[in-house]
Design a protein around this ligand. Structure first.
Ligand SMILES: [Zn+2]
Ligand SMILES: [Zn+2]
Length: 343
């Protein structure tokens, strides 16, 4: 099969590799679409260094079951499926509590986080555990289905963890792919004011088209002042979906009494300061959210199937696997949003 194999940082090679064979309770999926996540881009470019070579990235896949191993009963050959990229044992303390993303035996197919990293979906075929597969509704395109994982992360952060309520005034810092999905979820959940903050004019315009009620460029300075001009009482919820530490610092600065704030986008290890007494008297509740769970995956599928969120609204580029190098170039440009690879 054809696969995009990362041999070293900045050395992504398209080559023929053996098609995986399913072991017990495993399934091989013919990948039809896979989202290109910033995590993949960071691995390819060496922005994150926790990569063991050779590596096949791509952790947002949807496709068709090609072959099932012994013991698989939930899917059969020909079924259209969505793949949860984080594998889990289902038996440990965390899994039994529903927090499969804390699983002590976790693995990822093409992603980041667990130490057990298996080949991902920038390839014609991928292999995973049968329990990582969810049925794809026939009404959903493969491209939409490929966005289930990031959409599920947005639902988990905004709704499940930060408990956004109808009418809440919400600020989203960073409206790249995941930030726009947070915005779509917040819109669907009945946000009042919905303010997008992003230095990219393209991203701000995209956010306004998708339902943001205002957009703010942090590059112009006095960001807090300008947000408070729109929201004199301050935000009910701030979601940092940006990545840079400056966004986390801005989020802490945006708090008023009772604001909920979610450390959602940053994955690097810079620090920020909090005033102890101020934090005490603000009672601003901090949440953080990473990864996904089977519950969140199912919620995301429901949101798409019922037409509450159209994830394809954030797709700006599509590339066949053979043109993945063009996809990498586009990932580095400010005028892109979600990029899809179709192996
Ligand atoms: Zn991702
Ligand atoms: Zn577990």
């Amino acid at each position: 099969m054809l696969a995009a194999v990362l041999k070293d940082f900045d050395k992504l090679v398209l080559e023929e590799v053996p098609t995986p064979e399913p072991g017990m309770n495993e399934v091989v999926v013919r990948v039809r679409a896979c989202g290109f996540c910033a995590t993949d881009y960071k691995a390819i470019k060496g922005i994150r260094r926790n990569v063991t070579f050779p590596f096949i990235a791509g952790h947002e896949p949807a496709g068709v079951v090609a072959k099932v191993g012994i013991g698989v009963s939930n899917v059969k050959e020909g079924d259209e499926v969505i793949c949860q990229p984080s594998g889990y044992c289902g038996l440990c303390m965390h899994c039994r509590a529903g927090n499969t993303h804390y699983c002590t035996h976790a693995f990822t197919t093409g992603g980041d986080g667990p130490t057990d990293v298996r080949p991902g979906a920038f390839a014609e075929y991928m292999k995973t555990d049968a329990k990582c597969l969810l049925p794809k509704p026939a009404s959903l395109s493969f491209d939409a289905a490929a966005l289930t994982e990031p959409l599920s992360g947005a639902w988990k952060g905004v709704i499940q963890y930060s408990e956004m309520k109808v009418g809440d005034d919400v600020v989203i810092l960073g409206v790249g792919g995941i930030g726009l999905l947070c915005l779509l979820v917040a819109k669907a959940a009945g946000a009042g004011h919905l303010i997008a903050v992003d230095p990219s004019a393209h991203a701000r315009e995209h956010a306004l088209r998708l339902g943001a009620t205002a957009a703010v460029d942090p590059g112009e300075g006095r960001t807090k002042e300008r947000i408070y001009r729109i929201l004199p009482h301050g935000p009910d919820l701030v979601v940092e979906a940006a990545g840079p530490i400056e966004a986390v610092r801005l989020m802490a600065d945006l708090r008023r009494r009772g604001t909920r704030w979610n450390v959602f986008g940053i994955t690097t290890h810079e620090t920020f300061k909090l005033d102890g007494g101020l934090t005490h008297f603000l009672e601003a509740r901090m949440d953080a959210s990473f990864g996904t769970t089977p519950l969140a995956m199912q919620k995301a599928i429901r949101l798409m199937e019922r037409g509450l969120v159209d994830p394809e609204a954030i797709v700006t580029h599509r590339f066949p696997l053979a043109e993945i190098h063009n996809a990498v170039v586009v990932m580095g440009r400010p005028d892109r949003n979600k990029v899809i690879v179709n192996p």
